[in-house]
Ligand binder design. Structure first.
Ligand SMILES: NC(=O)c1ccc[n+]([C@@H]2O[C@H](COP(=O)([O-])OP(=O)(O)OC[C@H]3O[C@@H](n4cnc5c(N)ncnc54)[C@H](OP(=O)(O)O)[C@@H]3O)[C@@H](O)[C@H]2O)c1
Length: 291
């Protein structure tokens, strides 16, 4: 297959490397030629383009059999979210309408679920986020589901949980620096996924995902903040992080959710199995290195 990875960063690059290993011809898109050697070293053909500038997409060497969208907001605010996710997705759909791929996989986020009661959340649960950034993620998803429904555009949406892995893992890094804080009593649930398992989920979606369908991508075990830190405390012999009571205003701003995201659909429909079923396997290597 000729594969285009739009946004070739923390997830996109190892995804590309894995697809190259499997014999595909893989192209990786970024906004600049910076880091092109990194892509070439992994066997990808580097391309320069910007989803916010549709003319740059039209100049790409298509057609492609598979397209994966793993661009991110690069930590930007609502304006960047709108440009990258909503406008960017619209530009990709419009550009690909002339020569549609066999499959288009889009990475969204489990932040679209605003539940705060610790309940189980599946793909049919309400996705009505309270922050404007997550609302824009839903808007982008809706464009893809509409294109799938009305135009047969072969889009699959993945809602990805908090990604950790080599050099990533915000709470873990904070814990190592002894700067982590428990929010309230620490009962809030964390939904996490190892980067390598995001890669395998994207490949499962490319190979077997149903157009128009949405899948959660998270590991098998949501864990409370407290249980996560207790495990790290035990393994790394560092103090348990103190509690920080957050004001209502802070909680609303950060949209602190509390939910148990289910990966059942991904496992059952796409026969996906995580290599790191829980944070314990996923962090084992980091723990060994830091013990
Ligand atoms: N990190 C998480 O915990 C998390 C959780 C849920 C979902 N996700 C989603 O997972 C996906 C992958 O995340 P990631 O961590 O791999 O992101 P990342 O490391 O920030 O990589 C994003 C890539 O997109 C490129 N890019 C940014 N803006 C672009 C644009 N306008 N046009 C073309 N390319 C652009 C960046 O390269 P240049 O800057 O060089 O252009 C970079 O290569 C994203 O959709 C993200 O929203 C992430």
């Amino acid at each position: 297959m000729r594969v285009l990875i739009v946004g070739c960063g923390y997830v996109g690059l190892p995804l590309g490397a894995e697809l190259v290993k499997r014999g595909h011809a893989v192209f990786g898109l970024r906004r600049t030629a910076e880091g092109a050697e990194e892509l070439q070293a992994a066997g990808l053909t580097p391309l320069v383009g910007d989803v916010t500038r549709p003319e740059t997409l039209r100049a790409l060497p298509g057609p492609f059999d598979w397209v994966v969208n793993t661009v991110s907001s690069s930590k930007g605010g609502a304006e960047v979210y709108r440009a990258v996710y909503v406008d960017g997705t619209r530009h990709l759909i419009e550009w690909l309408t002339a020569t549609p791929p066999r499959k288009f996989v889009h990475t969204s986020s489990t932040s679209v679920y605003a539940q705060t009661d610790g309940s189980e959340v599946t793909e049919t649960s309400s996705a009505q986020p309270t922050t404007d950034t997550s609302q824009l993620l839903v808007e982008a998803e809706d464009l893809l589901r509409k294109a799938a429904r009305e135009e047969g555009f072969p889009a699959v949406v993945l809602r990805v949980a908090g990604i950790y892995g080599p050099e990533r893992g915000f709470l873990f890094q904070q814990f190592l620096r002894e700067e982590a804080r428990l929010s309230g009593d620490g009962s809030r649930l964390l939904n996490m996924i190892h980067r390598d398992d995001v890669v395998s989920a994207i490949i499962a979606a490319l190979e077997r995902g149903k157009p128009g369908r949405t899948y959660n991508v998270t590991d098998n075990e949501p864990v409370s903040q407290r249980a996560f830190f207790e495990w790290l405390t035990d393994k790394l012999h560092k103090p348990m992080p103190p509690s920080a009571d957050e004001s209502g205003a802070t909680r609303r701003k950060r949209a602190v959710t509390n939910k148990r995201v289910s990966n059942r659909r991904l496992r059952e429909e796409l026969a996906w199995t995580p290599s790191y079923p829980t944070f314990r396997e996923g962090y084992a290597e980091d723990v060994r290195r830091n013990a």
